[in-house]
Design a protein. Structure first.
Length: 285
């Protein structure tokens, strides 16, 4: 009787083992291998903007059809999205989850060079390796203008597509043509100077100070926004409006030609286009 029981247990264990092998081999062919193929097609940056901690997690969710929206990945273009759909064997929605309107990051300050004229320094932080966050914690801001970009570059490594660099003058520059509007750079700025705006607005005001024109002349190398309302006069209050000595971009969408005239009509050149190459050609007088 005991021998019979042992044989029965062995047979049951054998059946369970065979069943497990068949089950997991099927999972491997239909699930795990597909995860690897899909993951290889993803950027691999692990930026987390899609809502998953890593590209592997996103690939796993897509492969198991727990996630149907390939467009959650902002780092891929339409052709790459479609390639992943083809790998998955289904057609996911084309709707962008985070926003239906293309976005772009914008630095609301045109004085972002940390090596400025000493006359505009409020406190000289000798530690040149200190980050923007370090300086805010220590003294608030090195510069006389408290709303000015500190310029130490905390935002540069935050961009997954390297759209944030320094230009030839040493200023922080966000390349609007390269920027994907993911918003990962926003939290990197302790002065809250990086804004995510609708791309179709074409340009915005690179100044965040609401002190008087006279005070701006004293604390800002370029003079900042003087609040002259030249931009509003050339358009409407829905395009630009002035509040507390500071012009702000409204929601009205205008043509590129019209925006060029507004940009070149600004006396302190504080209105910056999101995409320089498309907006910086001189307008005809």
């Amino acid at each position: 009787m005991i021998i019979f029981s042992i044989i029965l247990i062995i047979l049951l264990l054998a059946l369970v083992s065979v069943g497990s092998v068949l089950f997991f081999s099927n999972l491997t062919s239909e699930g795990v291998s597909k995860v690897k193929v899909v993951e290889d097609a993803l950027p691999g940056d692990d930026c987390g903007k899609c809502g998953y901690q890593s590209c592997h997690d996103f690939a796993m969710a897509l492969s198991m059809q727990q996630e149907m929206h390939v467009e959650r990945c902002f780092l891929m273009n339409d052709a790459e999205h479609q390639h992943v759909r083809n790998l998955l064997g289904y057609y996911a929605s084309r709707q962008i989850i985070s926003s239906s309107t293309p976005k772009v990051a914008f630095l609301a300050c045109q004085e972002s060079n940390p090596h400025t004229n000493q006359s505009f320094l409020r406190v000289d932080v000798q530690n040149k390796s200190a980050s923007c966050h370090d300086i805010v914690g220590l003294v608030g801001n090195e510069f006389s203008c408290f709303e000015r970009c500190i310029g130490r570059g905390d935002c540069i490594p935050s961009c997954p597509v390297e759209a944030i660099t320094r230009d030839k003058a040493g200023k922080i520059y966000i390349d609007g043509e390269r920027c994907i509007g993911c918003g990962l750079c926003v939290s990197s700025c302790p002065k809250d100077l990086i804004k995510i705006l609708d791309r179709d607005r074409l340009a915005s005001v690179a100044c965040s100070s609401s002190v008087s024109e006279q005070e701006k002349e004293r604390i800002c190398p370029s003079g900042g926004c003087t609040g002259c309302a030249s931009c509003q006069k050339q358009s409407s209050a829905d395009t630009f409006f002035v509040e507390n000595f500071l012009a702000q971009r409204g929601k009205e969408v205008i043509s590129k030609e019209h925006m060029r005239r507004i940009i070149y009509g600004c006396p302190t050149q504080v209105i910056h286009a999101f995409e320089r190459t498309n907006m910086t050609s001189k307008v005809e007088e």
